[in-house]
Ligand binder design. Structure first.
Ligand SMILES: Cc1cc2nc3c(=O)[nH]c(=O)nc-3n(C[C@H](O)[C@H](O)[C@H](O)COP(=O)(O)OP(=O)(O)OC[C@H]3O[C@@H](n4cnc5c(N)ncnc54)[C@H](O)[C@@H]3O)c2cc1C
Length: 383
């Protein structure tokens, strides 16, 4: 594993940072306040290939390695986490399962549209009674000639308010002892597909997270992803990949808050000297820098394993668990370093603090990540 960034990774970081600081920094606080999805800025991301980070070039993607893709999400999230969320969900849990499980016809039809950003993707597993217990999905899909008829309600769908295509997990039958789910590629124009109100969230407010309603929604049989009954297999494999993206997002949030805190500590004078000269503040800054560095190494290790073709689920969970914990700790310290101003919307750290929390919750809570990691460790003699 390489510990120093190669030229390619540095160039990608510089270019995304430049885009984020030019296009996102001026609007990040306002779109958070008004919970607005900035369509015009999303349009500017399309030619930059942010919607097709790891899609092959034949489908119009950028075919990036996993560290490069993580850097893109990290840099967007460093400035505006809600937009980092849109891009990481689109790439990590909407495009990725197409790459892994779609038929050649499905790839030919959907991947160029997804990779170009013409279609925004969503991944829709969670329901009122199916959160951590993803096997408890109640949405049904009943076969009717050459179609499936879907009925149910999905909640907390990232990109839900704007998605053109959503991967919907629905029950298609029962195996002995347990329900069998399948994944459906559902376009927003299909009859019976409806969106709910946007969620009024604590953080990530510029992402249009919403419910999706399926009322006798008619989906062509050819739109099953993978095979009938593959729902759990596809869900778990997709979440392994998505967790790398959430880790990158969390790391970006931590980095943004850290830089803001260092700048503030150098500027803010108390007792006639910058607070950065106080030992306590220096201890905070040292801890933040160390945790961020450790988080970054864990994340890039998971990326490297994925690119080697090695199993990476455990490492992705470790990276997600660690990076999200670091994001919460670092953003909290960043608020602390800002004192009362950190609790005001006048400073970005207040937003970073709210955005960080959900990285410990979605795509598997921290408690679920520990279950995944412990299961992997205990199933091996050595680790
Ligand atoms: C902003 C946002 C965006 C989201 N985007 C998406 C999306 O795009 N697609 C999607 O499908 N979902 C999405 N989600 C849903 C998210 O993945 C779930 O909220 C998450 O998986 C937790 O499920 P839950 O909310 O039902 O909590 P619960 O499962 O009810 O958990 C409540 C608490 O119990 C703990 N717990 C549960 N089971 C166990 C256990 N076995 N052992 C130990 N502790 C346990 C949890 O860790 C948690 O602390 C999103 C959520 C949010 C808030």
């Amino acid at each position: 594993m390489q510990f120093n960034p190669c030229v390619k990774h540095k160039l990608i970081r510089d270019s995304v940072r430049n885009f984020a600081e030019t296009e996102l920094a001026p609007i990040a606080a306002e779109i958070d306040r008004t919970a607005t999805f900035p369509r015009d800025v999303m349009e500017k991301m399309r030619p930059l290939n942010y919607f097709g980070l790891q899609a092959p070039k034949e489908f119009g993607g950028a075919a990036l390695d996993s560290v490069s893709a993580a850097i893109v999400v990290e840099e967007l999230s460093r400035v505006c986490a809600a937009i980092g969320l849109c891009i990481t969900v689109h790439n990590g849990v909407a495009v990725y399962p197409f790459l892994r499980f779609a038929t050649p016809e499905q790839k030919k039809h959907y991947l160029p549209r997804l990779a170009s950003g013409e279609f925004i993707g969503a991944f829709s597993l969670t329901e009122a009674n199916a959160g951590s217990d993803a096997g408890s999905v109640e949405t049904t899909a009943v076969k009717n000639n050459k179609e499936y008829i879907l009925n149910g309600t999905k909640i907390f769908v990232t990109n839900g308010g704007v998605c053109d295509v959503a991967l919907i997990f629905a029950l298609t039958g029962f195996e002995p002892g347990r329900p069998q789910s399948s994944v459906f590629i559902v376009e927003s124009g299909y009859p019976g597909f409806m969106r709910g109100e946007l969620e009024d969230l604590c953080g990530m407010r510029a992402n249009p997270v919403s419910s999706l309603f399926l009322e006798d929604c008619r989906v062509p049989e050819k739109n099953i992803l993978g095979k009938v009954g593959d729902g759990m297999k596809i869900g778990l494999a997709t979440l392994d990949n998505g967790r790398i993206g959430v880790a990158a997002q969390a790391l970006g949030i931590a980095q943004g808050a850290f830089e803001a805190a260092v700048k503030y500590a150098k500027e803010r004078q108390q007792f006639k000297k910058p607070i950065a000269s106080l030992q306590t503040i220096q201890n905070y800054i040292a801890d933040m820098a160390t945790e961020i560095k450790a988080a970054r190494l864990l994340l890039y290790d998971a990326c490297a394993r994925k690119d080697e073709g090695a199993p990476f689920g455990c490492e992705a969970s470790m990276a997600k668990l660690y990076c999200s914990t670091v994001a919460s700790t670092v953003t909290s310290l960043a608020v602390q370093i800002h004192g009362g101003y950190g609790y005001s919307k006048e400073y970005d750290v207040e937003r970073y603090f709210r955005d960080a929390k959900v990285t410990e919750i979605y795509e598997g809570t921290s408690e679920v990540q520990r279950m995944v990691i412990a299961r992997a460790v205990l199933s091996q003699l050595t680790f």
